[in-house]
Design a protein around this ligand. Sequence first.
Ligand code: SAM
Length: 320
Amino acid sequence: MQDKYKREINYMRISVTDRCNLNCFYCQPLKKAFFLPRSEILTYEEFLRLVQIAIDLGIKKFRLTGGEPLVRKNLPFFIKKVLSLEGIEDFSLTTNGILLGEFIDELWEAGLRRINISLDSLDEKKYAEITGGGNLKKVLNSLEKAIEKGFDPVKINVVLLKGINEDLSPFIELARNYPVYIRFIELMNTNSKNKKHFLSCEDARLRLSVYGEIIEVNSPQGGGPAKYYKLPGIKKSIGFICPYSDHFCPTCNRLRISADGKLRPCLFSDWYMDLKTPLRQGVSDEKIKQLILACLKKKPLNRKKAGRGNKIINMREVGG
Ligand code: SAM
């Protein structure tokens, strides 16, 4: 499936819930968070139907995100169902890792093999401050269990936060000790507090030069917009995801669906196509396909043309 700028669109990110067991300060607008009523959230059957329709349209790669996907009941059951569909070449989960340890066996049995864990600090106090009370030990325990179980690749997402985690050495140490890919991500603008914590990828890359020669290397499975580098002594590689300082929009291959069935053509779009209403009105698969294609037609050339330009409405809703 191609958009009007001839980009191959083969990736769908699915936010299975807007609920989260953490409250990272940078994730959403400052006003008090409210959660969608359960009745507004797509059922697993509705998501499955959408996944099948997306596969029929040429989507080959799926990622579950949220909110925190593991707070939704029976997630391993859903994953197993999705993975029983033919035509999926790549499937992964993004989690904050708090509950991952508890579900690791069930997730493995469901067929999941790739995981991204979000982890912005290796200092217990800072981690709790960033996440609104999160327990770092639980995440590290989950990480160890995931590696032991054989998940591969395990990627660690680190949002770069000036004044908070700009000393990157603990992450390099982690990459020396564990077979994990560390991915540094530029902080996106969801609220006014974020501005003062923005640290560019360029800045972060410069900080890594103290560790020796940095060599650009190929992406691991699921590559995406990150550029990867090898440093002496680390087991895997270090990636950078730079929505502001890199121009990866020309190669964007994705659509995003929120927990309540809003299909967005771009992370920065405030416009969306509502799929929940037609799904619940009982329209045909063909009609849903047409709606997805109509949404694709609105996929902007780049984030600046996406409505809000630099600003994202709410990561908890859109799924990052
Ligand atoms: N709860 C899961 C987790 O923490 O990984 C999945 C949802 S979370 C919204 C997905 C990713 O978006 C996380 O890696 C998170 O750090 C990232 N994220 C959230 N807000 C962000 C922001 N303002 N800028 C950059 N990344 C952000």
